[in-house]
Design a protein around this ligand. Structure first.
Ligand code: PLP
Length: 411
């Protein structure tokens, strides 16, 4: 006798997000997500690190939070203290840092601490999809500020803040990815960071600084973090090991004043982020991080060159983009008649996964003909082949590019 499957549907509370789709594997040519280069994961170094740290301290795994308490493995926080000082100019102690399960958990904790349904926040007009979907789910109004080649435009921010103030709205934060912006790849110069701080202070709106790509800069050097330049403690800074070491480890961090950190700690109900990952990272990074990163960025830069060459070859002048200063993405503009949400569907059917622009922007019409391509994860061969297939699909669906690899195509 077979019994009917149990029906959970009547038990689900209102307001749940739509159910997730089942994973069906990576596309043959995958230019999506924030995945990294598999050949650049320092596997041998991580193996040595896991052996060394487990031999020495493995027994501390018997205790929630190891012997370090709820803010995360202390040697990792100490590594971060030194790294943040050296690279970003941030003067903080291990007590100012909370280790989290990827910086996505940082986004959730900051949002849970500060936001309520109906609130308003300010974001860059083109921004991280994971930030936008969270805000939508929370019922928070995200005001997008246009970007130029130096990141968020301060003239537009000033008028948005004045306009909101005129309507008695005090935004809860200004979310920015100032150091290798996602998806546009810009780096906000120091003078603009100072102007951003000035506006934040004069309107009493804190800055939420997401520095997740800050290690991946071709030139190596970066401007100081906004957190480092702030005098009043009004900046929450988050970062991640996802882009510099490996995203599947799920280790990120928050640097914030205790007033905020203590609230977030109270909301972090998972009894601590994965201990083994934190231990391995601390053991590996203290001696090796500084030499690993330049190797990683050299490889990423070479892949970006391959991608730009492939786009030039297969799309010609139909694909417009700016050579980025770092990161793992290229933000590409196609002719106005191309709808990248539709292109996404047809390209996927042909085995090419792309991120359509509207998912990364608060302005759906501006971003309609734009797309984001991640160049870190596919091999150089796959980059070349995938872009050739994408150009073919795009020409079939939208009539552009007219020429592919110097051969004129008949419509
Ligand atoms: C801007 C930005 N912030 C946060 C994240 C989340 O990264 P993770 O949770 O892996 O640290 C990403 C991932 O791609 C991102 O692009």
């Amino acid at each position: 006798m077979t019994s009917a499957a149990f029906d959970f549907a009547p038990l689900l509370p209102a307001g749940l997000p739509a159910p997730a789709a089942r994973w069906t594997g990576l596309a043959r040519y995958s230019f999506v997500g924030g995945n990294n280069d598999p050949d650049q994961v320092p596997v041998d170094g991580l193996i040595d690190a896991v052996n060394a740290v487990l031999r020495r301290e493995g027994r501390t795994l018997a205790t929630y939070g190891l012997a370090s308490g709820p803010q995360g493995y202390r040697p990792l926080r100490e590594f971060l203290t030194a790294k943040l000082k050296r690279d970003a100019g941030i003067g903080c102690t291990a007590d100012d840092i909370l280790i989290v399960s990827g910086s996505l958990q940082a986004l959730d904790l900051v949002n849970q601490t500060l936001l309520a349904r109906g609130d308003t926040v300010i974001v860059e007009q083109e921004t991280y999809q994971g930030a936008l979907t969270r805000l939508t789910r929370l019922g928070v109004n995200a005001v997008g500020i246009p970007l130029d080649h130096e990141g968020m435009r301060m003239d537009a921010l000033a008028s948005a803040l004045a306009d909101l103030k005129g309507r008695c709205i005090r935004p809860k934060y200004i979310y920015t990815i100032p150091t290798v912006q996602n998806p546009t790849g810009t780096i906000m110069p120091e003078a603009r960071r100072a102007e951003l701080l000035r506006l934040s202070e004069s309107y009493g709106v804190p800055i939420f600084e997401d520095d997740c790509y800050a290690d991946l800069i071709w030139a190596g050097q970066r401007p100081p973090a906004i957190h480092a330049m702030a005098k009043n403690g009004g900046v929450i800074h988050i970062g991640s090991f996802s882009k510099s070491i490996a995203p599947a480890l799920r280790v990120g961090y928050i640097v914030a004043p205790w007033e905020m950190l203590s609230r977030m700690l109270a909301l972090k109900t998972d009894a601590g982020s994965g201990a083994l990952e934190q231990m391995v990272l601390a053991e590996y990074c203290a001696p090796h991080f500084a030499s690993h990163v330049p190797k990683l960025t050299r490889g990423l830069r070479a892949k970006l060159d391959t991608l730009m060459e492939a786009l030039n070859e297969h799309f010609g002048t139909s694909a417009e983009f700016e050579d980025t200063k770092g990161g793992i993405f290229l933000w590409v503009k196609l002719p106005d008649n191309v709808d990248t949400l539709k292109l996404y569907q047809s390209a996927l059917a042909a085995g090419v996964a792309i991120n359509p622009g509207p998912e990364w922007s608060t302005d759906k019409s501006y971003s309609r003909s734009r797309l984001r391509l991640c160049f870190a994860s596919p091999s150089t061969e796959k980059i070349r082949e995938g872009i050739a297939v994408l150009a073919d699909v795009c020409r079939r669906e939208f009539g552009v590019p007219v020429r592919i690899a110097n051969v004129e195509k008949r419509a």
